[in-house]
Each structure stands twice: as structure tokens, then as C-alpha cells.
Design a protein around this ligand. Structure first.
Ligand code: AMP
Length: 113
């Protein structure tokens, strides 16, 4: 499926973002509707629609996204944080370009809603 999402537009510089980290494989930027004092999204440059559609050859990239999520959390001064990947509409996914939420800066209840 062609990647025709808002995140593709951000990756291509067609719309702005508040960037916090970038490398050849991914981009991290602040969520436009933050759910906590710190709310950053880490997205792969290569479009993957969802974790549901990830395949074996995405293994290294997926690991990289998690390491960057931890790096960004530390960079933001977080010691405790939550990483979330919503997969599918029923789980809250609204943008169909894989992204890791990094959320922190306030107490986080469990279980999530
Ligand atoms: P999800 O609901 O897991 O698909 O997460 C999508 C996230 O993207 C939501 O938290 C939105 O607030 C966020 N979002 C949507 N558009 C933008 C944008 N232009 N810049 C930054 N974050 C965005």
C-alpha cells in the first residue's frame, strides 16, 4: 500500500515538525497533541504501515526504533517512560505509518484505556 500519510509528508519536509532526533533510518518529533509533558513519535524513514505488516527483514529497523526511543527518552530527561505502538484502528492507530510513541513526564497509570 502506498504511504500517503501525514508522516510521509513530514519525512519529505512537506509539512513541518518539531524534530528531536534524526538519522538515516528514522526521525523523531514531538506529537502535535501531547498526552503527557513529553510525547515524542519515532518513525522509520522506510514506510511500514503498522507493526501488523512488519516482516522478518524489518527486524534490524524495528530494534533501531526502540533504541532510538530510549535515546530520545533519556535526551528528554526521562528516567521512567512508556513506549506504545498502536496496531490497527481498534487499538487506536490513526496514522498508518508505523510509529513508536514515547510518553513521560507524569505518572502513567496501568492498564491503559
Ligand atoms: P496513533 O493514534 O497511534 O496512530 O498516533 C498518531 C499520533 O500522531 C497521534 O498522537 C497524533 O496526535 C499524532 N499526529 C498527527 N498529526 C501529527 C503532526 N502533524 N505532527 C505531529 N504529530 C501528529
Amino acid at each position: 500500500m502506498a504511504d500517503d500519510t501525514i508522516f510521509r509528508k513530514i519525512l519529505h519536509g512537506e509539512i513541518p515538525c518539531d524534530k528531536v532526533y534524526s538519522d538515516e533510518f528514522c526521525l523523531a518529533f514531538r506529537d502535535i497533541a501531547p498526552q503527557a509533558p513529553i510525547h515524542v513519535l519515532v518513525i522509520p524513514r522506510r514506510p511500514i504501515e503498522s507493526l501488523r505488516s512488519a516482516v522478518e527483514s524489518d527486524q534490524t529497523l524495528l530494534g533501531h526504533l526502540l533504541l532510538v526511543a530510549a535515546r530520545v527518552a533519556r535526551q528528554e530527561g526521562l528516567n521512567d517512560w512508556r513506549t506504545v505502538i498502536n496496531s490497527g484502528t481498534g487499538a487506536g492507530q490513526t496514522v498508518f505509518h508505523l510509529h513508536v510513541h514515547v510518553i513521560g513526564g507524569r505518572p502513567l497509570a496501568w492498564p491503559p484505556g
